[in-house]
Design a protein around this ligand. Sequence first.
Ligand code: TPP
Length: 365
Amino acid sequence: MRKNTNSTASTARRKPAGKLPKRGSPQQKSKAIKLELPKEVLLTMHEHMVKARVLEERLIKLYRTGDAFFWIGGAGEEAFGVPLGMLTHVGEGPEFDCLHLHYRATPTLIALGMPMIDSIRLQMNRATDPSTGGRNFCNHYCYPKWNVMPVGSPIEVQYGMAIGTGVVQRRLHKQGKKGITIVTGGDAGSAEGDFASSLIWASRPGNELPMLITVQNNRVGISTDYASQHGEKNVADRGKAFGIRTSVVDGNDAIETYLALKAEMDYIRKTGKPVVMEFKVSRLYGHSSATGANREKGDDCIELLQRKMIDAKMITSQKCQELYKTLDDESKRISDEVRHEAAPTPESIWENIYKDNENADWRKF
Ligand SMILES: Cc1ncc(C[n+]2csc(CCOP(=O)(O)OP(=O)(O)O)c2C)c(N)n1
């Protein structure tokens, strides 16, 4: 098992942000703000966030240059997705965390360790794409070695499927194995029955499931306004009717999100009970390429984190720019490389439909 950055996570403390004593000479007026996470955690988190953003922007460029058919992704959700990936107990099999993600999960995958080239191969539909062999939409990841279940195109079905690993992990919890089931999705999709099913199954008295049920609320479903569809103030409030512990978090604040996720994931591991968490996030490039993938209004979680880290003297604005440029150059170089790779062959259509390719070609039954 690879335990991601949990060694550092365990040192996270909830402390009110305060001011450090003045550094340097009395003439030096600068005051560093103390942040609530250790510097090494923040630097790692920041780097993952920038990498995820650079990657999404590269995927959009590839769509625009005609190198890909479609883009949909997680730009604007880095402050949620990266901490989630950093706090995941990573490994294969139900004793580790099981991830049922949706199509805005690039930040989580980056934090789990996905190299940019994997995502670019998927976006450009190359046979080398490890998730789908070049056959699915961009951001529809699948990594059995990290328990990342295949991302589906029908929205919210992951909430229903997640019950399955939740039931298995409930049994394992009794043997002291503390893997949890994590499911992500959007606010509009929470109107679908699968979301209600996951609340019901996760909370049956005496049979509660160790599930982290999350909703990333960007207040719009393609072009439908949240306020026109939801009578409830917060989606997470729906969990209360089932006796599930709930919380609503500013998903643009990476530090708050990290601390909240850590607390709730620890609670689930300890009690075996579910939690519903809602994160208020921004959708910075619209719904997908279908809506233009242009930069839209909204708080930018990376800028917010950078401002805090610069104030705390953990990083400089110049270093932030250099990091972006280095990663962007790398993403361009990788795209140029992938452009020369082969597309999947027609014969490979039957591969990876079922485990070990069993009975995939119905014509041979
Ligand atoms: C079952 C189903 N219905 C409709 C769609 C079309 N569709 C794709 S994304 C989307 C909006 C989802 O909005 P939300 O759940 O809020 O997530 P967001 O895209 O805003 O992150 C819709 C309706 C679909 N893919 N699947």
